[in-house]
Design a binder for this molecule. Structure first.
Ligand code: HAM
Length: 427
């Protein structure tokens, strides 16, 4: 049997992994500027966390989790998203008790969902997400969206759309829910089997159905925005004002409900409008989840966050033709010919690397010409040529590949010379 990676997973190979590193470093730097600190949580958690956290009526919990029994008979699940785990850790480690509040966290790591794989939809994908816990100041909501937009824009994306909605507080949602039940019940038999259940469990979810999206009743469904009570309405207005003062453009979409149960008030998604991006246009999503910390066993604490997948981000960069500024080059290639020279190359490379210089050499017994060819292929900046004769005469040659300039140096000066050249003197 030919071994292949499981469906919906991918290998990230050299040539592409540099892009991942670049993007991840950029995201980490943005978090530094917005003052979010990294949290790393386990890849698997007790299944109950996601049932309670993400919500029993969601597609994620009902159909998409990688759940299994461990050898001790406990049900564990590969995390399908990062919010529930972050909140679990926030509660378990009593981060709410620390003096610096709100607690502003970010994470980058693999998530797992048993979905039907297609472009932009994998079974293992990497999410970058942030969570701000412990403040219900509307400027935090706006900050989360600003960070997300900032990240995409700094990476070079232009065709972006921020879509915003408010799901209101519990009272508003309850009023809206009743209106939805009244609206959809006469059409119940015409809806898909899932929506018939959703109508009973969580009618809001009906608005998110892919199968029933063209049903005439969808268009005339009651809008949450007409059911926001005064505090919810005012909160939403303030969030929008904060976005306005930053000059961040958005569109309101009253049908944006998101696929997870924990949201209230602010809900948003960022879409790519780039041609050729593919069928799934959502780049990221997030929102406020004021009840979640309590549901997971912590004190009453508010929260908001968002997550994006690096896979979709890279797809969007490609669709917009953005070239990341990644330079593939090698600082130093050591060409060695002769037995003594080969030993000397081992020593020299060790010293160069210890001094912070990137260095490599031939390991395939290539001839001189082959070694120079290899150096060229690797886009090498400097080539050091070691031959037995050069070593005896203590005059080793260093060639700057771009200009073709070549000088001879005593071997014990090579490290200092190259280090200086590479760390400043380079043109
Ligand atoms: P989500 O909308 O389920 O939200 O996922 C967020 C993002 O993860 C999506 O917009 C998409 O970029 C990416 N994503 C989801 N599933 C896949 C997949 N199968 N393949 C590739 N990318 C995918 C959440 O996960 C929430 N935890 C976000 C959040 C954080 N809300 C508050 N804080």
């Amino acid at each position: 049997m030919k071994m292949r990676a499981p469906r919906g997973t991918q290998d990230i190979l050299p040539g592409t992994s540099e892009k991942w590193q670049y993007v991840e470093e950029k995201l980490i730097d943005i978090c530094r500027r917005y003052h979010y600190k990294e949290i790393r949580t386990p890849i698997f958690e007790h299944t109950e966390l996601f049932q309670r956290g993400v919500g029993d009526s969601t597609d994620i919990v009902q159909k998409e989790m990688y759940t299994f029994e461990d050898r001790g008979g406990r049900s564990v699940t590969l995390r399908p998203e990062g919010t529930a785990s972050t909140v679990r850790s926030f509660v378990q480690n009593k981060l709410f008790g620390l003096p610096n509040q709100p607690t502003k966290l970010f994470y980058i790591g693999p998530m797992f969902r048993y979905e039907r794989p297609q472009q932009g939809r994998l079974r293992q994908f990497v999410q970058f997400g942030i969570e701000a816990l412990g403040s219900d100041d509307p400027s935090v909501d706006a900050e989360v969206m600003a960070l997300a937009m900032n990240a995409y824009e700094e990476l070079g994306l232009k065709s972006l759309k921020l879509v915003l909605n408010s799901l209101g507080d519990k009272e508003s949602r309850e009023a809206h829910k009743n209106a939805l039940i009244q609206h959809f019940t006469p059409h119940k038999e015409e809806l898909c089997a899932d929506c018939q259940i959703r109508l009973e469990q969580n009618p809001l979810r009906v608005l998110d159905c892919k199968k029933d999206k063209d049903h005439p009743a969808m268009e005339t469904a009651p809008s949450i925005l007409d059911y926001l009570n005064k505090p919810s309405h005012d909160y939403f207005e303030q969030v929008k004002e904060c976005l306005d003062v930053m000059g961040i453009k958005y569109e309101i979409d009253a049908n944006l409900v998101r696929g997870l149960d924990y949201y209230n008030h602010t809900a948003f998604e960022i879409m790519s409008e780039a041609e050729g991006f593919g069928a799934i246009t959502t780049l990221s999503g997030g929102g406020r989840y004021n009840g979640l910390v309590k549901d997971i066993g912590g004190p009453e604490t508010t929260g908001i966050g968002f997550a994006l997948s690096i896979e979709r981000l890279l797809m969007a960069l490609e669709a917009e033709g953005v070239e990341l500024p990644i330079e593939e080059s090698l600082d130093v290639y050591v060409v060695a010919l002769g037995e003594k020279a080969e030993k000397e190359a081992v020593r020299l490379m060790y010293n160069l690397r210890q001094a912070g210089v990137q260095a490599d050499k031939d390991y395939l017994q290539r001839k001189m010409k082959g070694q120079f060819k290899a150096a060229d292929r690797l886009n090498t900046k400097y080539v050091v040529v070691l031959g037995d004769r050069e070593i005896e005469q203590d005059a080793v040659s260093v060639k700057e590949m771009k200009s073709g300039d070549q000088i001879e140096l005593p071997i014990n000066q090579i490290v200092t010379y190259l280090n200086e050249k590479l760390s400043g003197g380079e043109k």
